[in-house]
Write a protein that binds this ligand. Structure first.
Ligand SMILES: Nc1ncnc2c1ncn2[C@@H]1O[C@H](COP(=O)(O)OP(=O)(O)O)[C@@H](O)[C@H]1O
Ligand SMILES: [Mg+2]
Length: 348
C-alpha cells in the first residue's frame, strides 16, 4: 500500500429535493438534518464529507441504516450527482467528467458489487461474469478465458454453465464478485455485499475477499452497517452518522480512541485483543529488569503485535517483556499479563 490517494472526496454534499442547488447556496451548515427538512423540504443525505482513500487499500464506510452510505458511494461513482463538492480519482475530477468519460470510467476503471446480486437470470454463470467484457467489445474466447479464471479465483470452478437460480445466495454473490473482477478494475465499490447472507456464509465471503485483496491489491470502497465486518475488512474506516463522517481511522485507532458516544457504542462489541496492538496498551515506563532483557534481545515484542498473539506467551508468567519499535529497534515500553488482561475488558 502506498500513501498516494486514489480517491479524494472534498466537501461532498447531497440533498434530495426539487431545488437542491439553490437550497445549498445559502444553507446554514449548522442546521440539523431535521431542521433543514422542516425549513426547506430537502433531505440532507450526505453532509460536507471529506476524506481520501489510498491506492490499494480497503476503505470501509460504516454507519447505521439511513446514515448516507449508499448515497455517498453513488456520489463517488456519480451514479447520482453530488449537490456540491468534488470527487477526484487520481488527479481527475469525476464531478466534471462528461457522459462519455463517465462511461469509460465505469467500463474500464471501476466495478460495483451490490447487496442484491443483480445477475441476469437468463445468462449462465460464465455469461454473467463476461458481461462487462462483452460491453467493452472483447472477443468471445477472451471473455470465456478471463471469466473462467476469475470464477476459479472466487471458488466456483466448475459452475460456469449453471444459471443463477441454481446457485445459493452465497454462490450468487461470488458470481457478482467475479463479474466485478473480470474487467480488472482499479477500483471496486461494494455496497453491503454480504448483508443478505447467513452469518457463516458471510464469514466465508469476508475471508475470501480478504484473500483476493491480498493478492490483487485493488482500491476497494466497502460499505457495511456491521462494525465487526468493518474492523475485519478495513484498512481505514469512516464512520457515518446522519450524513456526516464522525470519525476516520484505522480499526485500531478507532477502537483505541472512539471519538464520541456513537462510536463508543459500536466499539462495545469488539474483541479488543484482536484489534489493539502491544504499543496501544503497554506501560511506557520500563523497570530495570525490562531494560536488561531488552539489552539481551531475546524476548522483545514488536510494538505492532496484536494482543491476541501475545496471550500464549504471557498467560503463565508474571514476567514483564520489553516492547520494541519494529522499525527503529528502540525500546518503547513494557507489557505483562496484567496489562493484557485489562486490555481485554470490552468497555473502554
Ligand atoms: N432518492 C432519494 N430521495 C429522497 N431521499 C433519499 C433518496 N435516497 C436516499 N434518501 C435518503 O437519504 C438518506 C440516506 O440514505 P442512504 O444513503 O440510502 O443510507 P444508507 O445507505 O446508509 O442506509 C436517508 O434518509 C434516505 O431516506
Ligand atoms: Mg445503503
Amino acid at each position: 500500500m502506498s500513501n498516494q490517494p486514489k480517491i479524494t472526496c472534498s466537501n461532498v454534499w447531497k440533498l434530495f429535493g426539487s431545488d437542491e442547488k439553490r437550497i445549498i447556496k445559502d444553507l446554514d451548515k449548522n442546521l440539523s438534518i431535521k431542521e433543514v427538512q422542516e425549513k426547506t423540504g430537502h433531505v440532507v443525505a450526505v453532509k460536507d464529507v471529506s476524506f481520501s482513500i489510498e491506492k490499494g487499500e480497503t476503505f470501509v464506510v460504516m454507519g447505521l441504516s439511513g446514515s448516507g452510505k449508499s448515497t455517498l458511494v453513488r456520489c463517488i461513482s456519480r451514479l447520482i450527482e453530488p449537490t456540491a463538492g468534488t470527487v477526484k480519482m487520481d488527479d481527475v475530477d469525476v464531478t466534471k467528467m462528461s457522459g462519455r468519460e463517465l462511461l469509460d470510467l465505469r467500463r474500464n476503471k471501476m466495478s460495483m458489487v451490490f447487496q442484491h446480486f443483480g445477475l441476469f437470470p437468463h445468462r449462465t454463470v460464465v455469461e454473467n461474469i463476461g458481461y462487462g467484457l462483452e460491453i467493452r467489445g472483447n472477443k468471445k474466447n477472451d471473455r470465456i478465458e478471463k471469466s473462467m479464471e476469475v470464477l476459479k479465483m472466487v471458488g466456483l470452478g466448475g459452475w460456469h454453465n449453471n444459471y443463477p437460480r441454481e446457485l445459493s445466495g452465497g454462490m450468487q454473490q461470488r458470481v457478482g464478485l467475479a463479474r466485478a473482477l473480470a474487467v480488472d478494475p482499479e477500483i471496486l465499490i461494494f455496497d453491503e455485499p454480504f448483508s443478505a447472507l447467513d452469518p457463516l456464509i458471510r464469514r466465508e465471503m469476508q475471508d475470501e475477499l480478504l484473500k483476493i485483496q491480498e493478492k490483487l491489491q485493488k482500491t476497494m470502497v466497502f460499505i457495511t452497517h456491521d462494525f465487526l465486518e468493518a474492523i475485519k475488512m478495513g484498512d481505514h474506516i469512516a464512520i457515518m452518522k446522519d450524513g456526516e463522517v464522525s470519525q476516520v481511522g484505522t480499526p485500531e485507532e478507532i477502537v483505541a480512541n472512539p471519538k464520541d458516544q456513537y462510536v463508543k457504542d459500536f466499539c462495545e462489541d469488539v474483541p479488543k485483543y484482536k484489534v489493539l496492538s502491544a504499543s496501544k496498551v503497554m506501560r511506557e515506563e520500563c523497570c530495570d529488569d525490562t531494560k536488561k532483557m531488552f539489552e539481551n534481545g531475546s524476548n522483545n515484542i514488536p510494538h505492532n503485535s496484536k494482543i491476541e498473539t501475545l496471550i500464549d506467551k504471557l498467560v503463565d508468567t508474571d514476567q514483564k517483556f520489553p516492547v520494541v519499535n519494529s522499525e527503529t529497534g528502540e525500546l518503547v515500553g513494557e507489557i505483562d499479563r496484567a496489562i493484557v488482561m485489562k486490555s481485554m475488558k470490552s468497555a473502554s
